[in-house]
Design a protein around this ligand. Structure first.
Ligand code: MG
Length: 230
């Protein structure tokens, strides 16, 4: 199938001059991978296991986790498995493995990454996920080899939402912000990248395949990666 034949009326091409782009930064969860795994983990599976562990009702465990999540949302702790381990006295890693059948790569991701590699673009995975969460995902899916570099925000000590994130990243990874594309499903993260001056930004229309499409406000959103392959 030619790349052009992928394009459909519901997935029109997104105009993007790839010749102007050197580096593409990709978020992981909700961007390359279906966010359903993470939503199911945090909203269903973890509360269930914590309820068993603490001998409370699943609803009580869910409320407690939800309340705590809203307090620390957007901080590195939200994403830190060691933080949750200390807080809950529960190791989240084996619990993630229990539902690993829900880990899934979004449609046409591999084709898009191959398409970019063929154009000699630098591909960087840039995730807030903790290294242990990355390891869980990469045990079941085969994406690591596509990337020139994999960076967890935990290596920088700042979440992608933090205003000092991009200046700190620039010390670790050389890039030209005028010639970089950043794809992420988190609008707060995209706005922070925009404030820093990353020239090309794209959101994701449907990060969780089990939920309705999301309003991505001022950002152009990818419904399907084939929209960028023409
Ligand atoms: Mg994400």
């Amino acid at each position: 199938m030619s790349q052009a034949s992928y394009i459909t009326k519901s997935h029109p091409p997104i105009p993007l001059d790839c010749s102007q782009i050197q580096t593409i930064f990709f978020d992981m969860d909700g961007t390359l991978l279906d966010l359903h795994f993470d939503n199911h983990f945090w909203l269903e599976h973890l509360p269930k296991r914590v309820a068993e562990h603490k001998n409370v009702s699943p609803d009580a465990a869910k409320r407690w986790i939800d309340d705590h999540c809203s307090e620390i949302e957007g901080t590195l702790n939200w994403y830190c498995l060691d933080y949750w381990h200390d807080l809950l006295q529960v190791d989240l890693v084996p619990l993630k493995h229990e539902i690993a059948d829900r880990i899934a790569i979004r449609a046409h991701v591999e084709a898009f990454l191959t398409h970019l590699k063929q154009q000699n673009k630098r591909l960087v995975l840039l995730t807030n996920a903790h290294q242990k969460s990355i390891d869980v995902k990469f045990k079941y899916i085969n994406l690591a080899a596509y990337f020139d570099r994999i960076i967890s925000s935990h290596q920088l000590g700042l979440a992608k939402e933090h205003q000092d994130f991009w200046p700190k990243l620039e010390i670790m990874e050389a890039f030209d912000k005028n010639r970089s594309l950043f794809i992420d499903d988190n609008l707060q993260v995209l706005r922070n990248a925009q404030a820093y001056g990353i020239a090309h930004l794209l959101a994701i229309r449907e990060p969780d395949s089990k939920l309705p499409p999301k309003d991505t406000a001022e950002f152009t959103a990818i419904s399907c990666y084939t929209q960028l392959m023409y």
